[in-house]
Design a protein around this ligand. Structure first.
Ligand code: ANZ
Ligand code: ZN
Length: 842
């Protein structure tokens, strides 16, 4: 052991050691219970940021801890490697996406390895490789066979100047990212996955996601958005046309004072002559901030009361939900209320809070709550829940309506008119139509001789030797599909691929998958709380139905980690500033005072980024790890602070220095824990208990580290006098090293060697057990007096404070009898000896 702690020097050594000795590898056939620990894999953008680091370090601590607890842990890592940034880099700088991506992966992998994460790289997944995306294609074909993949028309963003389809990310404030042309909507035929076929199951299973943060489960439920309501026809006055509306509130039918259709509803064009006015509303379609509408000039008849009410085209009515048309009840729906106020339409109350209550003289807002019906013909007086059922039935009997269930969830559009993605494995044949590529011809390889100038439709349509092929069925000339898949497809099943090794003969071996799935602990950012998780839950069910996996839910437990934040600096003139753009509190460009801004998520644009290299390069990975784990529990945001990093670094140094002073002496001592006693031994047992508890209880690593810091204080204060003391100290050091090892793995390997009795990696050792009795506080005997007479004796923890001593004395069995019904004047405590209770009048 060197005299001075040097993180950099020891870290690369141990990282190499772990790789070479296969310590991070997972054996699919191990007899131990399995634990699958997974962090969301990164997009290889080129740089690892502190958010990644925090994510991986949390996963690594769990992994190392579980291994020491005897689990066979699967802890893999890979790359979500298809996607737009690589393609944009190609368009902008001419680097091929393949080259760009692979260089980034190499670089990032080195960065990840530098923080000492124990990944089994033999299972590395890179989604842009044919070995991987072959399976995207195979799943697609399976889904096509089952009617779970289909084509329909849908809109894409189109830049007429560049003559290209734009991804949503390439549309900036309604304009093309490259040429600022206003983006149009163009209708194209596209591929969809029928996630709606699983809507009910995905929703019902939300109740089983007990290991997820409940706000994330709520987001899943909302996104699926199941609602039961009524679809009913309103005949258009003076014509044969009908408008079908969807409502969840048929109980308010007597309060409908107008009907609204989406401006892009086909009927709007039919019934409305003033196209300019209609187009104006269309241009505000879906705009959440402003409600806009226009009277169409026509009326419908409310089939319930035969009342004639006007039809409006309104921007807030969406075409792809329900029927694209609604009945508007301003008294009981706030949006309708706002609309009615704006266009001076009548507002009629039909629900009141108390039975038979009078209507309000003037409503200032909609009443959306429960209540009783008024002004509602034969249904007047019913409570509204009953009325919903009765009116639903009534409408069905009268054949004007039907009770239906609607979902907000839409089928998943997976077609992308992009290059850097998985080719969709179908061909178009003049005689056979849409034909899937045969399994034995998979993968359909993404060609690399493509010109990426950012012009035209799908880049693949310009590659003639890709485009032109023969039909798998009839052999005549055919054309390949040139769309590629949404990259969310890649990330919807990568965790299944990890269950077998990279070069496995059977990449989706069922036995391997059944060994490891489901993921026991998934860790990632809350920004994926809806889509990625929902798509993965959907894919898992499809894979289950195909027979690939056996579980329903892919992720047993989910931890959404908080963000890494830092203070921002700003100059009125020069905007955000890097710390080194300031001097003595002033901007170096203009010398005006720097404004210390809010603490915000680290980002390049706010110039408050700290790179992992800065920290690992200066202090070493263990400091970076301990700081990021100590700053807050994993689910909370952490604020980056230089003092915090320094504090973590000091802690590790103190531990190192302390062991250095004792190392030679301790090396030769053997420890038999159950023969030891004393304050330090007790503290050690208590620390084992606390650290284990903090990890088991929601991974509260911050309190675990705090307990270790406390133990170190006690160890520093300890002055060993004899061999027994040295044995106690060694026990404390060994326990400290084991407990700290998931957090600061490199340092602890080094300490473990210096403690000297195994010569093996600390990670091959068992997690320490504590002894409940040994962990118990030392107790002392106190005399309890009443008015100076000894009445009882009691045992109490030696370092109890006065409050505790007083409470214990007053609640003592023997004392209670003397004091019940009496007033206590004073309680006098002589530390370590006695408690005297002085009673009033006594
Ligand atoms: C009349 C009514 C009265 C409504 C009332 C609400 C309150 P959820 O629960 O989300 O399914 N709606 C229906 N289709 C719509 C569309 N395409 N665009 C915009 N709004 C639409 O909401 C269903 C309610 O949202 C429906 O019930 C309808 O307004 C509106 F006191 O009908 B309701
Ligand atoms: Zn453009």
């Amino acid at each position: 052991m060197d005299e001075k702690y040097n993180g950099l020097k020891i870290e690369s050594k141990w990282q190499k050691f772990w790789q070479e000795t296969g310590l991070n590898k997972t054996d699919s056939k191990s007899g131990k219970p399995k634990f699958y620990c997974l962090e969301m894999f990164p997009y290889p953008s080129g740089k690892i940021h502190m958010g990644h680091i925090r994510n991986y370090v949390i996963g690594d601590v769990i992994t190392r801890y579980k291994r020491m607890r005897g689990f066979n842990v699967l802890h893999p890592m890979g790359w979500d490697a298809f996607g737009l940034p690589a393609e944009n880099a190609a368009i902008n700088s001419g680097t091929h996406p393949y080259k760009w991506t692979h260089e980034n992966i190499e670089y990032m992998k080195a960065q990840i390895n530098k923080i000492g994460c124990s990944y089994d790289w033999d299972r590395e997944v890179t989604t842009c490789t044919p070995e991987y995306y072959k399976w995207n294609q195979w799943f697609f074909i399976q889904m096509l066979k089952r009617g779970l993949a289909y084509k329909k028309n849908s809109y894409v963003n189109w830049c007429s100047k560049c003559a290209t389809v734009l991804a949503n990310e390439q549309v900036i404030d309604t304009q093309c990212w490259r040429c600022d042309t206003v983006v149009e909507q163009k209708e194209l035929e596209q591929w969809f996955f029928k996630i709606t076929a699983y809507a009910d199951e995905l929703l019902a299973a939300c109740d089983t996601l007990n290991g997820w943060p409940q706000h994330v489960v709520a987001m899943q439920r909302n996104w699926i958005g199941k609602s039961r309501g009524v679809e009913m026809d309103f005949p258009v006055d003076g014509s044969d046309l009908k408008i079908k509306i969807f409502t969840t509130r048929p109980d308010t039918l007597f309060g409908a004072t107008f009907v609204c259709v989406a401006p892009i509803h086909p009927i709007a064009d039919i019934i409305m002559d003033d196209k300019n006015a209609l187009n104006d509303v269309k241009s505000f379609y879906g705009n959440e901030e402003e409600k806009r509408g226009v009277f169409t000039g026509k009326y419908v008849v409310n089939p319930m009361n035969n009342e004639k009410i006007p039809i409006y085209a309104a921007n807030f009515v969406l075409m792809d939900y329900g029927t694209g048309a609604i009945m508007s009840v301003p008294a009981h729906d706030q949006r309708d209320f706002d609309f009615a106020k704006k266009y001076s339409l009548p507002i009629r109350e039909v629900i009141v809070r108390e039975k038979d209550a009078a209507v309000s003289t003037e409503l200032t807002e909609a009443y959306e709550g429960e209540g009783y019906l008024i002004n509602s013909g034969q249904f007047t007086g019913l409570d509204n829940k009953t009325a919903i059922e009765k009116i639903g039935k009534f409408l069905e009997l009268a054949s004007v309506g039907m009770v239906v269930t609607n979902y907000k969830l839409r089928d998943w559009g997976i077609s992308r008119q992009r290059y850097w993605g998985t080719p969709i494995p179908v061909v178009y044949c003049k005689s056979c139509g849409v034909v899937s590529v045969k399994d034995e011809d998979l993968p359909v390889i993404l060609p690399d001789n493509v010109s990426l100038k950012g012009m035209g439709g799908s880049p693949l349509s310009g590659v003639s030797d890709f485009l032109n092929t023969t039909c798998p069925t009839c052999g005549s000339n055919a054309r390949r599909e040139t769309d590629t898949m949404d990259t969310f497809v890649d990330s919807s099943w990568y965790f299944v691929r990890y269950c077998s090794e990279k070069d496995a003969a059977e990449p989706l071996n069922k036995a391997n998958i059944d060994t490891f799935m489901p993921v026991d602990q998934y860790i990632g950012g809350v920004e994926h709380a809806v889509l990625h998780l929902l798509y993965s839950r959907f894919f898992s069910r499809v894979l289950r139905d195909i027979g690939i996996i056996s579980c329903d839910e892919p992720f047993e437990n989910l931890l959404t980690q908080g963000m890494v934040c830092k203070e921002t600096l700003k100059c009125n003139e020069h905007g955000w500033l890097f710390p080194d753009e300031t001097r003595n509190g002033n901007c170096i460009h203009c010398n005006s005072p720097v404004i210390r801004g809010r603490t915000e998520k680290m980002s390049k644009s706010k110039k408050n980024l700290v790179t992992p290299d800065e920290i690992t390069g200066k202090y070493g990975a263990d400091t970076a790890r301990v700081f990021s784990l100590f700053a807050a529990p994993p689910e909370k945001d952490i604020e980056w602070s230089h003092q915090g990093v320094e504090g973590a670094y000091r802690f590790l140094n103190r531990l190192w220095n302390l062991l250095y002073t004792y190392a030679d002496k301790l090396k030769t001592i053997t420890v038999t824990p159950d023969k030891l006693s004393g304050k330090l031994v007790r503290k050690t047992h208590q620390t084992i208990k606390k650290v284990t508890g903090s990890i088991e209880r929601d991974y509260h690593f911050n309190t675990a580290i705090a307990s270790l810091m406390e133990l170190l204080n006690e160890m520093s204060a300890f002055k060993p006098a004899d061999m027994a003391d040295y044995a106690s100290l060694k026990f404390a050091f060994k326990s400290m090293t084991l407990l700290l090892s998931p957090f600061a793995p490199h340092l602890c390997e080094e300490l473990w060697v210096s403690l000297g009795d195994s010569g093996k990696s600390v990670f091959l050792a068992q997690w320490p057990d504590f002894d409940e009795i040994a962990a118990k506080e030392e107790e002392i005997e106190l005399v309890v007096q009443i008015g100076g007479k000894v009445r009882a004796k009691m045992m109490i923890p030696a370092d109890s404070n006065d409050e505790t001593v007083k409470a214990a004395a007053l609640s003592h069995d023997k004392i209670r009898d003397y004091i019940t019904g009496k007033k206590i004047k004073q309680v006098h405590i002589v530390k370590g000896r006695l408690v005297n209770i002085v009673l009033e009048n006594g």
